[in-house]
Design a protein around this ligand. Structure first.
Ligand code: HEM
Ligand code: SF4
Ligand code: SF4
Length: 447
């Protein structure tokens, strides 16, 4: 009877979690779809390769060895320990205990020992991550945008992972003690090396207490994992899923290649007296650049959900390094906050983007976007192939082309490009004056 009750309770918890998870996934998809279309259906082979190398293979993480190795422990731990979670879920549904043990026989002890080893590696890595964030002063974790909720969120994630792993070890340690107690149904798992070190904490306890601790650790672990699965969708930890689509759909062209607007390219080609490339350049342009998140491409919005807030982009940004207000990490965080706000309006049945706020000015200031040198260092640094520069450029394009509000010095440069086909104020006819001067000097020196 007790078994049936616990099976029903488990089923209800699983159903509630699935409901909230599906609801949240759908709202994230809807929010990302608020962005403009961008065709990323090309070069499928190259896209798979990029995803396998950058996300699955963690390629760009290894530009910084210490966090890369620590992260590898957590990453592999997550991927492998999830196999054990499968057994947890099936045990919960069927009311069994260690469902795979009879089928695997003596072999069962090997995967469980591997899971335990990884659980210990995850605990060690997360403790060091906590120490790096909160005790030693690593600059990229101490920026203005990383206070309040983002700081708490980062700590919640790390502490939860430690507690979940401790629950596995506690469950296995009490299970091993119970295996030797008469009258219990705990089957032989073989020696579980890491949790066995905890046995002295439990072996003096009564059988009843041990069963209670073992069951509590089981329930704590599985409910913790299910709750965490929902929590991550509201957190920067969503990168554990979003890193994969984000790398798949990331830009394949060389980083320095700007995304020109075909309509503008055509104008420039005509202005320079060349033949206009007619391709898709006769498109109707409803807005130049971006004022709000619905003017950005959906890939930019997906990037905002994939961002881990690691600050590697900001650490490499020359504008940030020289004390300017710009932080590419903040650009991504602001974009996510704004898209979430717009999505919340849609969820309430209201029209989004009618709240009197916009991404430009209410979230990201002109001072920030004007400080960007377009050097691409942030794009190069991002281990998840996020492109903060794409957003900055779209906001700047809006200011320049829709508002004509660029700084005065830039406007002078724009008008030089328009009139002289170069950023300088000299007419094209004077371009070779320097060579004439050289020739004159050479002739003088000969005479
Ligand atoms: C799928 C399982 C994954 C798990 C469990 C996981 C876990 C974590 C955790 C706990 C952190 C926080 C570290 C801290 O607080 O300092 C983190 C950070 C990070 N993760 Fe993941 N992650 C996963 C997948 C990925 C993938 C596929 C990528 C893609 C490359 C990735 C990239 C990052 C980056 C760039 C950071 C910031 C690291 C830094 O501070 O330098 N993660 N991850
Ligand atoms: S492209 Fe702009 S935001 Fe990115 S690193 Fe360079 S200056 Fe900073
Ligand atoms: S954009 Fe990339 S590098 Fe920058 S904080 Fe986000 S994940 Fe890190």
């Amino acid at each position: 009877m007790a078994n049936i009750i616990s099976q029903v309770v488990f089923l209800i918890i699983l159903a509630i979690t699935t409901f909230f998870l599906v609801k949240r996934i759908n709202s994230i998809r809807r929010n990302i779809a608020l962005g403009r279309p961008a065709d990323r259906s090309d070069h499928k082979d190259e896209r798979w390769k990029t995803m396998l190398l950058v996300a699955f293979g963690q390629k760009k993480m290894f530009k910084r060895m210490v966090p890369a190795i620590l992260h590898l422990c957590v990453y592999i731990g997550f991927l492998v320990i999830n196999l054990e979670v499968l057994e947890f879920v099936l045990d919960g549904l069927f009311g069994t205990h260690r469902l795979f043990a009879p089928a695997l026989g003596a072999f069962y002890t090997i995967p469980i020992n591997i899971f335990e080893f990884l659980a210990v590696a995850v605990i060690v890595a997360c403790v060091i991550f906590l120490w790096r964030r909160n005790v030693i002063h690593i600059k990229r974790f101490h920026a203005k945008e990383l206070t309040a909720w983002p700081k708490t969120d980062a700590n919640i994630i790390l502490i939860t992972e430690i507690v979940l792993m401790l629950a596995i070890l506690t469950m296995n340690a009490t299970d091993q003690v119970l295996q030797d107690r008469p009258g219990t149904h705990y089957g032989d798992t073989g020696t579980l090396v890491f949790s066995a070190t905890l046995i002295p904490l439990f072996e003096h306890m009564s059988t009843g207490t041990l069963i209670w601790i073992e069951r509590s650790a089981w329930w704590f672990h599985i409910i913790g994992i299910l709750a965490f699965a929902v929590y991550v969708t509201y957190s920067k930890h969503l990168h554990i899923f979003m890193a994969f689509p984000n790398t798949y759909y990331s830009k394949l062209e060389p980083k320095g290649k700007m995304d020109n607007m075909p309509a503008v390219t055509r104008e420039v080609q005509l202005m320079l007296g060349g033949a206009a490339d007619d391709g898709d350049s006769n498109e109707e342009v409803d807005r130049f650049g971006a004022k709000d998140v619905n003017d950005l491409a959906w890939t930019d919005l997906m990037g905002a959900y994939a961002c881990t807030e690691c600050g590697r982009c900001t650490a490499e940004c020359p504008a940030n390094q020289t004390g300017k207000k710009l932080s590419p990490r903040k650009i991504m965080m602001d974009t996510r906050d704004r898209v979430e706000e717009a999505g919340a309006a849609v969820a309430k049945g209201e029209k989004p983007f009618e709240d009197g706020k916009v991404l430009l000015d209410n979230f990201i200031s002109r001072e920030e976007i004007n400080a960007c040198t377009t050097c691409q260092a942030c794009v190069e640094a991002c281990p998840i192939n996020i492109n903060p520069l794409a957003i900055i450029l779209q906001l700047r394009r809006y200011v320049a082309m829709e508002e004509a509000q660029s700084p005065a010095a830039w406007n002078a440069m724009f008008s030089n490009v328009e009139n002289n086909f170069a950023p300088w104020k000299f007419p094209p006819a004077d371009r070779f004056n320097w060579a004439d001067e050289l020739k004159e000097e050479e002739e003088k020196s000969k005479s």
